[in-house]
Design a protein around this ligand. Sequence first.
Ligand SMILES: [Zn+2]
Ligand SMILES: [Zn+2]
Length: 258
Amino acid sequence: MLKKGILVLICFTFFACSEDESITPTNNGTPNPTTANLQAVGSSANDILSDHTYTSLSIEIVYVQGFEPSQTAVNNFTSFLQERTFKPDGISTTLTAIESPGNTSYTIEDISNLESIHRMNYNSDSEVVIWVFFADAPSASNTSSGVVLGTAYRNTSFVIYEQTIQELSDEPFEPNRSVLETTVIKHEFGHLLGLTNLGSALQSAHEDAEHPKHCDVDSCLMYWAAETGSGISNMISGGNAPQLDAQCIADLQANGGK
Ligand SMILES: [Zn+2]
Ligand SMILES: [Zn+2]
């Protein structure tokens, strides 16, 4: 069980587009191809879900040494992608370790700067590429009453605060680490898939009015009215990461997903 009341899971952020553009180099006025990967969270949901434009999907995982996700969590994530997306030419995952950048905490701007240095691949004609960073220090947005475990901050980018996950897992009365990792990774990726009402249109009324862009079904992966630790703890108490409920799956299917 997580310490009651200290856990705000996860969030998404609309990382300012104007800022994105200012860090996007251009070549004689021609937009840099990476611009396609510097858009708002959820705006590429159809590209990731369907095979209309991109027939393969690549997940580029970069982690600070010592903060690698468990193989179980990576496998669970890959299974989730296969269950929900149409990618006839395959789904691939790469893991790369980097030295610690030396931060004691990370703002989204810090993460974005690291992405510009360490991200190796962007979309090609037929492949959509996702970049995930596993951080060795907490989010700068943590407070005494809540910590952030992950943030989706662009259409193809999200961060997992692995050091925080490690602190909150695998001790007596704490959740299993790979289950907590799986939950946060899939939840953040769910935002990239446009959930909930974040690029994949609602097929039924299930957006949580008090927690926009989240699902109001309390057993759903995209439910994070779980702004307290007890909520998350309840969701994973069975030893498995929560699944998407039928309404979220219907939204994905209506936007080109499985
Ligand atoms: Zn969220
Ligand atoms: Zn849902």
